[in-house]
Design a protein around this ligand. Structure first.
Ligand code: BTN
Length: 249
């Protein structure tokens, strides 16, 4: 069940409720294996941001949670952006398709969501463990997506007309995330923010709906601040900066 490729120790499960919950619930046993990735063939209760569920049918998508520690916890606020950039660039290098980033880290192609990321932290004693849960729609057909998402989501297969191997998807993603984490540790944050700005340029100066803990605001997206925060012009002549929440449309 367990093998150990670089850069994250791999724990493969046929199915579970949620790969992120699996790590939390088994943390006492798994902690010694950090950094690790738990990858499941399907999830019965995959979770998304803002309390949503994440559709996880067997064998069609990548459902993976990476667990690791940051040498410098002050870098934590940038993790969500680093993960989004890593996923978008890993998928681009692998498939040849161009992807966009919708703040903080939805990965889109032709306006449709292909990948979503849920970043959580576990604090045990003095130690903070980061959990980056990534779901990628890989080989789903239109009928495999929940009906309410068919207009807004797509898989790599639907976008490219061919199937993609899930194992290679995981390896590419792991290598991309490890690279992003190395850059973060080296303090190379300006380059990451610049890449995130490039990937989210098509939203720049557009009117958006921004959701935070169920509360929606309309405003003009003014891009990313130097620390990765979202800049929203709410029309009152003031730009506000947000570090949690998401662009919904
Ligand atoms: C979102 O876009 O709302 C985030 C979706 C994150 C889904 C992934 S799938 C693997 C990991 N396990 C979960 O329960 N959620 C994340």
């Amino acid at each position: 069940m367990t093998t150990s490729p670089d850069p994250f120790r791999l724990i493969r499960l046929d199915s579970c409720r949620s790969t992120s919950d699996h790590i939390k619930e088994n943390f006492a046993r798994l902690e010694k294996d950090l950094p690790l990735v738990v990858c499941a063939g399907s999830q019965s209760g995959g979770r998304g941001r803002e309390g949503r569920s994440w559709s996880s049918p067997p064998g069609l998508g990548l459902y993976a949670t990476f667990a690791f520690r940051l040498a410098d916890p002050r870098r934590l606020p940038l993790l969500s952006i680093v993960s989004g950039v890593a996923a978008a660039d890993a998928l681009r290098a692998w498939t040849g398709l161009e992807f966009l980033l919708k703040w903080p880290n939805d990965v889109l192609q032709r306006g449709k969501k292909v990948a979503g990321i849920l970043c959580e932290n576990m604090v045990v004693g003095e130690k903070v463990t980061c959990l980056v849960g990534i779901g990628i729609n890989v080989n789903q057909g239109p009928d495999d997506l929940p009906p309410e998402l068919r207009e807004r989501a797509a898989s790599l297969r639907m976008l490219s007309g061919r199937e993609w191997p899930l194992g290679e998807c995981r390896e590419r993603l792991a290598a991309g995330l490890a690279d992003g984490l190395r850059r973060l540790a080296a303090g190379d944050t300006a380059a990451v923010i610049e890449r995130a700005r490039e990937l989210s340029r098509s939203f720049q100066d557009r009117e958006i709906t921004f959701r935070q803990q169920g509360h929606d605001r309309r405003g003009i997206f003014r891009g990313l601040a130097a620390d990765g925060g979202l800049l929203l012009d709410t029309g009152s002549g003031r730009e506000k900066i947000f570090y949690s929440g998401e662009i919904v449309d």
